[in-house]
Design a protein around this ligand. Structure first.
Ligand SMILES: NC(=O)c1ccc[n+]([C@@H]2O[C@H](COP(=O)([O-])OP(=O)(O)OC[C@H]3O[C@@H](n4cnc5c(N)ncnc54)[C@H](OP(=O)(O)O)[C@@H]3O)[C@@H](O)[C@H]2O)c1
Length: 258
């Protein structure tokens, strides 16, 4: 049987990086798709020599980049077994705090980019029997979080997941989303949610009591579920929106149980 080929957007950092590490370790050919050369070089160094991982420089919101990726996969492999739409950005703020450009930036990368890349890779996914798409959403898409643009983009992404799951079922392509709560990655510092590492640690400390399991997520917590959803072990799961949140969504805050 030929090896599986899987694309992970944003594989140069955080959840995507952990995902490419785990998938490649299990013998899958992984193609990471992200923008910054610098982050790619850092990821390469950390992973070390690994023939199962390829880094493709590109932007999910640029049609020309998405097309180039599709052409590369077509010529190198002929088909695609899985797509992890993980790339994302987060800009904090209510409607009055952000401008239209910021709104569009979040909606473009977190939602429109998923549409664009999936659209370009769909012919290749159809060619692999039983392909799987995993969208990395957020609990902020289920309940308003700290950013209007981010929450709306992730809520839209969850609807895209459900819609596509129905659309693509005739091709035996499954589509699911994973919706993490806070996971320790670079997203908060890179997007200036906090100014420095110290403030980041303070932020994590200040929220930990809201988590029944009393810890913040690690990238592995999310990568493990992504790996499962890409595998045949989840062959009867499609259209699911799966919270991975240490239990933080169990209670509403109005009536504390104790
Ligand atoms: N960490 C959390 O607390 C948390 C919670 C819930 C959901 N999530 C979701 O998890 C996903 C991964 O986030 P993370 O926390 O792992 O963040 P991260 O460490 O900042 O990694 C984000 C990755 O996405 C890539 N990326 C961003 N914009 C891109 C674009 N336009 N085209 C291609 N690649 C792009 C980045 O590389 P370049 O910048 O070089 O392109 C980077 O590799 C996101 O969708 C995020 O919304 C995270």
């Amino acid at each position: 049987m030929s090896k599986k080929v899987i694309v992970v957007t944003g594989g140069s950092s955080g959840i995507g990086f952990q995902t490419i590490k785990q998938l490649s370790a299990s013998g899958i050919d992984v193609i990471s798709f992200s923008r910054s050369k610098e982050k790619i070089e850092k990821a390469k160094k950390e992973i070390g020599e690994n023939p199962n991982v390829k880094y493709f420089e590109g932007d999910v919101v640029k049609a020309v980049d998405c097309k180039k990726l599709a052409e590369y996969i077509e010529s190198a492999y002929g088909k695609l077994h899985g797509l992890v739409n993980n790339a994302g950005v987060l800009t904090k703020g209510s409607m009055e705090m952000i401008d239209y450009e910021t709104w569009k930036y979040n909606l473009d990368i977190n939602l429109n980019g998923v549409y664009l890349l999936t659209r370009n890779l769909l012919p290749l996914l159809k060619k692999a029997e039983g392909a799987s798409i995993v969208n990395v959403s957020s609990i902020a898409g289920l309940k308003p979080g700290s950013s209007i643009a981010y929450s709306v983009s992730k809520a839209g992404l969850d609807m895209l997941t459900e819609f596509l799951a129905g659309d693509l079922a005739p091709y035996k392509i499954r589509v699911n989303s994973v919706n993490p709560a806070i996971v320790r990655t670079n997203i908060h510092l890179d997007n200036k949610i906090v100014e420095n590492k110290e403030k980041y640690e303070e932020l994590l400390k200040s929220v930990i009591d809201r988590y029944p399991l009393k810890r913040i997520g690690d990238p592995e917590d999310i990568a493990n579920m992504i790996e499962f959803l890409l595998s045949d072990k989840s062959s009867w799961i499609t259209g699911s929106i799966i919270k991975i949140d240490g239990g933080v969504m169990i209670h509403n805050e109005l009536i504390p149980p104790k």
